[in-house]
Ligand binder design. Structure first.
Ligand code: HEM
Ligand SMILES: CC(C)=CCC/C(C)=C/CC/C(C)=C/COP(=O)(O)OP(=O)(O)O
Length: 301
């Protein structure tokens, strides 16, 4: 357990993944209400969601120790190298999870706390301990947990009371859900030998690279369609629609090129684009909501 410090614990929280997750929750909060969302629910809601996602990420490290040791991409993780011991990681994850639940229950609301807890269990236990090892559809089903944060943000500021417009939140969840397979499978194509060695049944290992490329193309096309829905539902305006179409067409173009890629690393370019895509798409939702209300159909908040 030599040399364990802040950095090792920070790495356990998958900080960059969780940062984007928290951003999608923030967008869910802003789109939930006209004007600014309430300050306390926004600040503590984001803190609670961040702590829960970080806790889930730490549990993922704990459960995946054996796999992480075998894969080149993950071999330098704190548990794989022995920089941290399993008991330390467990204590850290429980602390983060308990802090999250305390904050959400005391300062936000129970609906948000319950949905956040379900997402934590969904990713840390259902996906990591079970689905990941069981089926090549692991990340499709497990993707529900990673896609939930816009709904968690929405729940934080509305408590899901009253009107039914929280169905709009489900559109944001649907977008992240459909985005997840091309996001992950692009990386999995490049890292397929890692997964094969670790005996993890990811799609490129079980069904081959060609089949996975087709799936990526199909999901990016579906994503292009699904991202039109916020405009169809009157939740977002033309500013969003235009941006979403441009971003989506570029994603489809990348997926199309991946069918016959210029080089082996091209899959990682698609993976990199997927991250920039989601960031930009959610930023667009926010900008559209705030800066371009005049482009939205009359009467829609
Ligand atoms: C089941 C769902 C998901 C799977 C299986 C998955 C898988 C992965 C993997 C394997 C990596 C590479 C991590 C590394 O090399 O350390 C990654 C990176 C990343 N993922 Fe995902 N992901 C999922 C969902 C999400 C979601 C929902 C978000 C955000 C909303 C997200 C955002 C990111 C970001 C920002 C990175 C880059 C991290 C970095 O540069 O360090 N992912 N993802
Ligand atoms: C409470 C809440 C909002 C939870 C969110 C859950 C969360 C942190 C989702 C992130 C998804 C992710 C990084 C999956 C990769 O796991 P992996 O084990 O396939 O990847 P790895 O090999 O890099 O560990």
């Amino acid at each position: 357990m030599a040399n364990a410090g802040f950095h090792e614990y920070w790495v356990l929280t998958k900080p960059r993944v969780v940062a984007l997750i928290v951003f999608t929750a923030l967008v869910g909060m802003f789109l939930a209400v006209p004007g600014l969302p309430p300050l306390r629910e926004t600040v503590f809601g984001l803190l609670g969601i961040w702590l829960a996602a970080a806790s889930a990420a730490a549990i993922n490290h704990l459960i995946d120790q054996r796999i992480d040791k075998v894969m080149v991409r993950t071999a330098d993780r704190p548990l794989a190298t022995g920089a941290l011991q399993p008991a330390q990681v467990l204590a850290f994850a429980v602390f983060l999870g308990a802090a999250s639940m305390t904050i959400l229950i005391a300062l936000v609301n129970v609906v948000c706390a319950a949905l956040t807890f379900a997402s934590l269990i969904g990713y840390a236990i259902v996906y990591t301990a079970w689905l990941k090892r069981a089926t090549p559809q692991n990340i499709v089903i497990g993707g529900i947990a990673g896609a939930a944060p816009p709904l968690l943000g929405w729940a934080a500021v509305t408590g899901m009371r009253g009107e039914w417009d929280w169905a709009h939140a489900l559109l944001l969840v649907l977008i992240v859900f459909v985005w997840t397979p091309p996001h992950f499978w692009a990386l999995a194509i490049f890292r397929r030998e890692d997964y094969a060695r670790a005996l993890v049944p990811m799609l490129p290992v079980t069904h081959g690279v060609e089949y996975t490329r087709w799936q990526i193309l199909l999901y990016t096309l579906l994503l292009l369609i699904v991202t039109i829905l916020p405009w169809v539902a009157g939740m977002s305006g033309l500013c969003y629609l235009g941006g979403a179409l441009v971003l989506g067409v570029v994603f489809v173009w990348h997926a199309w090129r991946l069918m016959d890629p210029p080089d082996e690393r091209y899959a990682m370019r698609v993976f990199g684009y997927s991250i920039a895509y989601l960031m930009a798409l959610f930023a667009l939702l926010l900008v559209d909501h705030w800066l371009a209300p005049w482009l939205r159909p009359a009467g829609v908040a």
